[in-house]
Design a protein around this ligand. Structure first.
Ligand code: ATP
Ligand code: MG
Length: 458
């Protein structure tokens, strides 16, 4: 069997990577790290026993905005695994207006195909560019018909048409490579993009049946060519795409995508608590339990038909998450509980956590604003006491109004920086802008004190 391109990070390495983006929540990081590594370990086990080993599906329990989704998303990214996030509650709609549960695996397969396809495209990119350039050259200087005068082509006679043609092509190619011809217009045949009309059929559920309608139609109809007239620089992009398409074996892409979904796919099921029925009997509980029953075979392992072929879900990793304020994991049907053996609680974030979240992650909010304003030549500086003040206000508003976790930092920063973001560059020319604790207080204190106001603004 072909070795899968699954990154084999050790649990320690995984946690170290997650630490770059997520503050605290050590227990949750450890749990996902073990689950991921166990899947890799499982693949090394001999075949008979391998099938017996169940994936370590996880339930992340914790209030909103403390990093549940972020952990799963980062995990998928660093494992280079196909990933999809779904809301369990969207499957509850009475009368099944919502999508059927299997659609999550189809979406996962779609994302895997895109992933593999863009990898393969990157691999053939320079080849495709080369071919596209030749095509453009053909448009500019049509090649000599070789068959017409075979004798002449063979010769190196400097006066021969073929020789001259070759010379001109080389000269032109250089100009083309230097971008000197970029604005010149050319007319050429491009592959027509997927017929847009097909989209209309989507909602009728053909996609949900796992039928690739487009492919069926595509095979029935001759490949359409479309005349286009663009600048050379645009033609280069279009033709490179066309050539890349031709170089990629889509069947191999789909096969690899399915293998990746089966062996390294991660499904994140958000708001699982919303389908955990509190009581028994009638009412919405029935449809909630229905969703759980529908989820069960997929989580337990079954074959789901996708337009790329059947996908076995036995070893897909499922990470569920929920606040579980009202219901408990024990309110889930027992079979489903059994399939999510690992439960981890995420902690509420403290003021100190907020200070770190603002400053340390690679994508820290303050770094983001810094980068934004740097593009205008403005240097934005936050003093340490200003950062502490922002963190303190975030905690206070979370306590008094509603606890939305780290998301509070976003709302506070947009309010705090609103004027600066508006005034740059007109009123504040390129310069240094310093935010001190005093500035923070001035701007935010009155809003924080006025509960009604903070409800709306922060
Ligand atoms: N511990 C953390 N460290 C760094 N950033 C965090 C942390 N927790 C949350 N954030 C940031 O807050 C935002 C919301 O986090 P996330 O989406 O993970 O929330 P959640 O726990 O999934 O909440 P919900 O239950 O509402 O889905 C993200 O932008 C994330 O970067
Ligand atoms: Mg979330």
């Amino acid at each position: 069997m072909k070795k899968l391109s699954m990154k084999a990070l050790t649990p320690t390495q995984i946690v170290t990577e997650l630490d770059k983006y997520i503050i605290g929540q050590t227990e949750a990081k450890r749990a996902v790290a073990i689950a991921l590594r166990n899947r890799w370990r499982r693949q090394q086990v001999s075949t008979e026993l391998r099938e017996e080993i169940l994936p370590n599906n996880i339930i992340l329990i914790g209030p909103t905005g403390v990093g549940k989704t972020e952990i799963a998303r980062r995990l998928a990214k660093l494992a280079e695994a196909p990933f999809i996030k779904v809301e369990a509650s969207k499957f509850t709609e009475v009368g099944y207006v919502g999508r059927d549960v299997e659609s999550m695996i189809r979406d996962l397969a779609d994302s895997a195909v895109n992933m593999v396809k863009s990898e393969k495209t990157a691999e053939v990119q320079s080849k495709a560019q080369e071919l596209a350039e030749e095509k453009i050259l053909d448009l500019l200087i049509p090649p000599v018909k070789r068959t017409a005068r075979p004798a002449e082509v063979e010769t190196n006679d400097e006066n021969s048409e073929a020789y001259q043609n070759q010379k001109t092509r080389e000269w032109m190619k250089q100009k083309l490579k230097n971008g000197e011809l970029d604005d010149k217009m050319v007319e050429f045949d491009a592959n027509a993009q997927n017929a847009i009309g097909m989209q209309v059929l989507g909602p009728f559920g053909l996609d949900d049946l796992g039928i690739n309608f487009q492919e069926i139609m595509g095979n029935l109809m001759p490949k359409k060519k479309k005349k286009r007239k663009t600048t050379i620089s645009e033609a280069r992009v279009i033709l490179t795409q066309d050539e890349a398409q031709k170089l990629i074996d889509m069947e191999a892409v789909q096969r690899e995508a399915i293998a990746r979904v089966e062996n390294s796919g991660i499904v994140f099921i958000d708001e699982i608590d919303k389908v955990a029925g509190g009581g028994k009997g009638q009412g919405p509980d029935v449809s909630r339990e229905g969703v759980q029953r529908d989820l069960l075979p997929i989580v337990e392992g079954s074959n789901v038909n996708t337009k790329y072929g059947a996908v076995k879900t036995d070893h897909v990793l499922f990470i569920a998450s929920g606040a579980f304020h009202v219901s408990k994991p024990s309110d889930l049907i027992p079979e489903l509980q059994g399939r999510f053996p690992i439960r981890v609680e995420l902690k509420s974030l403290t003021q100190d956590d907020f200070v770190k979240i603002l400053t340390t992650p690679q994508n820290a909010l303050l770094k983001q604003y810094n980068a934004l304003l740097e593009t205008e030549g403005v240097n934005l500086e936050f003093t340490p006491d200003a950062i502490r003040e922002i963190a303190r206000i975030a905690s206070e508003v979370n306590e008094q109004v509603e606890n939305i976790g780290a998301r509070r930092l976003h709302t506070i920063l947009t309010t705090l920086l609103d004027e600066i973001l508006f005034d740059v560059p007109d009123k504040i020319p390129s310069d240094k802008v310093k935010i001190t604790a005093r500035v923070v207080k001035q701007k935010l204190d009155s809003i924080v004190k006025d509960r009604d106001l903070s409800k709306f603004i922060l």
